[in-house]
Design a protein around this ligand. Structure first.
Ligand code: SF4
Length: 747
């Protein structure tokens, strides 16, 4: 009989609460944690398989260094010494732009980013790449404009809605709402609630829908314009909301005048006009919430469509309101403000691309490494991320890694990225360490969970990712010598530490800019964990709004607040409500008048240019690539690249390509046949699965395939089929629209 311990799932951004039964330092049973205030005992079958994350044959035990075509064991001292020396010499020879940091791409924990970004800054670089810019740059950019500042990212608040619109979102498989399957079932079963699904295919979610609009793939822009136009024609707009909470509405409204909604819907979207009118009515006249996903984010016109979605929400009074789309409360923002209009915002050397939310897009990183400019990227530290499988154009990434002068991979497993790196450094798993994420997604209450170690480290040599990067920083001489009293103060509690560090900075104001690192070093030593120290630091330095929210639920509004909160966090491994933000959701906005800034002038021209005729022409596919590959289908059999042992899926089919029966029949293919799929990037051989969930003209391959587990490759790596040039103006890869052809393979 083992011991049950409280933890959280690290496989998707819902981070459901889990209880794990541990026996002999192994997970033997898993169940949803009913005490978790957000997931309330819910978890999906992926979470139940989390043991495969902790215990697998690819785990790393000690630092490795590349020697020829293999890796050999080295000591930490050698690893830290050689890497730090090389980093400094590359910077000395080629300047700060030669270094990039890849991190924070993991949905399980993000404290490592706090130190990774400091390392970047100390080396003088701003080239931070993360998976956030793989899917979300477009929406984050639009959010930033509408909310007045990047860093405020909006999310749907579906549990409080009466009409839920799933637009390009297959929640049944991809989750993204607390307790998603229960939510979908509730909408399906409650006659007062309506579930509308807008998706070219009959997804698992669409099967529950009151109304399924199976639009022509890629015609979302015209459908959005049509819905907004219908609402205005019918005078269903929320005039009071527009007057009270929106600036720029008059000029935005003009953009829809004269648009032929019926013609667009029937001739291009391929939908019944009456169904679209009913959709518009439900969005406008009920408490509606639109949840969009990759069908919007990684498809054509993503920036424009995200803008149109916000216009639709604003016109119906559903933006920044409970049960609609909210700007969640946060302890720390998902990223920084890096508005490209600011002259100091960095751009990349080759593509002159700007970051969004401080993050540069993965799709262009290979190009930024492979060109011959003296300031090209030459050194890369990758932490808790697997670009060689998770990011587009694997073949380009393979070449790029060969061209680096220094590559370092920090991970728990010998991933595909680790295999190509010069140095591989073992980190603690998320179940062996303290960590948290920024996926809190609620307003006005702020939910927080610090996951605590439930397993002893598999290897005594593994360390927190943040601690590893801190060691590099120290080895490069960036930290001053620190007094013993700072190390000692942390032992007396946070309030005492706060007094000591304040006194230290009064005496040493020149070191104030190193505060997070000094805290990580000194408080980290006292707590035995850099991640814990960083979380404590976030509480100490939280915003005025956050502190007011914490005071509102009873935390003392004085110097002891952080310590009291911290004690509660430690005492509630299941998670807790830490603050209740004051005022309505518009208080979160950074616009001077606290109104939504709906007028984004750069998008006026593309919005007007998206005419029926132009869109129809652009939707045509090239003759030699007549099908659309959806690269990276969300499915219950895939979990990014974190579950590496293919046995986690048992006997379930997961390495297949989904096809519509009619498309397969035209090609002489039947279920289980092998077929060849070809894109501009490459060709792959894959098993065909005839599926009722596939739309005509489209094929679907799950993400997370092609992992090399214990030396053998399993499944097709869909990112080998994507070229980095298959991207939009924000450099978001168009994974939902990769032109391809499929051919039967002879016996
Ligand atoms: S993968 Fe499943 S259990 Fe894990 S966080 Fe997501 S929804 Fe919850």
């Amino acid at each position: 009989m083992g011991e049950w311990k409280k933890s959280g799932c690290i496989l998707c951004a819902q981070n459901c609460g889990l209880e794990l039964e541990i026996e002999n330092n192994r997970i033997v049973k898993v169940r949803g944690d009913k005490d978790n205030p957000r997931s309330l005992g819910y978890c999906c079958q992926k979470g139940l398989k989390i043991a495969h994350y902790a215990h697998n044959g690819d785990r790393l035990y000690y630092p490795l260094k590349k020697a020829g075509d293999r890796h050999v064991r080295i000591s930490w001292e050698q690893a830290i010494g050689e890497i730090s020396e090389k980093l400094l010499s590359i910077k000395e020879d080629h300047g700060p732009k030669s270094f990039a940091y890849v991190g924070g791409g993991n949905v399980g924990g993000q404290m490592e980013v706090g130190i990774g970004l400091r390392l970047l800054g100390l080396l003088g670089s701003r080239y931070y790449y993360s998976s956030l810019a793989q899917e979300f740059s477009n929406v984050f950019w639009v959010d930033g404009r509408v909310a007045g500042k990047q860093g405020l990212t909006s999310v749907s608040d579906a549990h409080g809605a009466d009409t839920l619109v799933a637009w390009g979102w297959n929640g049944w498989m991809s989750h993204q709402e607390p307790r998603t399957r229960l939510l979908i079932k509730e909408f399906a079963e409650n006659p007062r609630k309506k579930l509308l699904v807008i998706d070219p295919r009959l997804s698992e979610t669409a099967k529950f829908a009151d109304l399924h609009l199976a639009l022509r793939p890629g015609s979302d822009t015209l459908l959005l314009k049509a819905i907004i136009r219908i609402i205005l024609e019918q005078e269903w707009e929320d005039k009071k909301y527009l007057e009270d909470h929106v600036s720029g509405w008059e000029e935005v409204a003009q953009l829809f005048s004269g648009f032929e909604a019926k013609r667009a819907v029937e001739e291009v979207c391929g939908l019944n006009y009456e169904d679209v009118v009913e959709t518009a009515r439900l969005i406008a006249q009920t408490k509606s919430c639109i949840h969009q996903d990759l069908g919007i984010y990684m498809n054509r016109n993503s920036t424009l469509n995200n803008y149109l979605l916000h216009i639709l929400r604003a016109v119906t009074g559903r933006l920044a309101v409970e049960g609609g789309q909210i700007f969640p409360a946060f302890l720390y923002p998902m990223g920084s403000d890096s508005d490209e209009r600011h002259p100091k915002t960095w751009r990349t050397v080759k593509h002159k691309m700007f970051p969004v939310l401080g993050v540069f897009p993965p799709a262009i990183l290979p190009d930024e490494i492979l060109h011959d400019h003296p300031e090209r990227i030459r050194a890369l530290i990758v932490s808790a991320c697997n670009p060689l499988r998770s990011w587009p154009d694997t073949l380009a990434y393979e070449k790029a890694f060969q061209a680096l002068e220094l590559s370092v991979c920090i991970d728990i497993a010998y991933t595909e990225t680790a295999r190509l790196s010069d140095y591989v450094l073992p980190s603690l798993s998320y179940l062996e360490s303290y960590d948290t994420t920024c996926f809190n997604y609620s307003y006005p209450e702020f939910y927080f969970q610090m996951r605590q170690p439930v397993l002893e480290p598999l290897s005594p040599e593994a360390k927190e990712g943040s601690a590893i990067i801190l060691e590099l920083i120290k080895a490069m001489g960036f930290l001053p010598e620190l007094p013993d009293r700072l190390y000692g103060a942390g032992q007396q509690g946070l309030t005492s530490y706060l007094g000591a560090i304040n006194a230290y900075f009064l005496e040493n104001p020149q070191h104030a800019k190193l505060a997070p690192l000094i805290l990580a070093e000194t408080l980290g030593k006292a707590l035995g964990s850099v991640n814990q120290a960083l979380i404590a630091g976030l509480l100490i330095n939280s915003s005025k709004g956050f502190k007011a929210g914490a005071a509102a639920i009873g935390y003392p509004p004085d110097i002891t607040m952080a310590e009291k909160m911290y004690q509660d966090i430690v005492g509630h491994p299941q998670g807790l409500i830490l603050a209740r933000f004051q005022g309505d959701n518009f208080q979160m906005l950074h616009t001077p008048d606290k109104k939504l800034a709906l007028s984004i002038e750069e998008l006026f021209e593309p919005l007007q240019a998206a005419t029926i005729d132009k869109e129809r022409a652009e939707l045509e596919l090239p003759e030699h690539y007549p099908l659309i590959l959806h690269a990276g289908l969300h499915h219950e059999t895939v979990a990014n690249t974190m579950l590496r042992n293919p046995q986690w899926n048992g006997s379930r089919r997961w390495a297949t390509m989904l096809m519509h029966e009619a498309d397969a029949g035209n090609l002489g293919l039947t279920d289980g046949d092998k077929a060849e799929i070809t894109t501009k990037a490459s060709t792959a051989l894959i098993e065909v699965e005839i599926s009722p969930h596939a739309a005509r003209g489209c094929v679907y391959i799950r993400h997370g395939g092609g992992l090399v587990y214990e030396g053998s490759k399993y499944g097709v790596n869909v990112n080998e089929l994507v070229q980095s040039t298959d991207r939009d103006e924000m450099c978001t890869p168009m994974h939902r629209r990769i032109p391809c052809r499929v051919e039967a393979v002879g016996e």
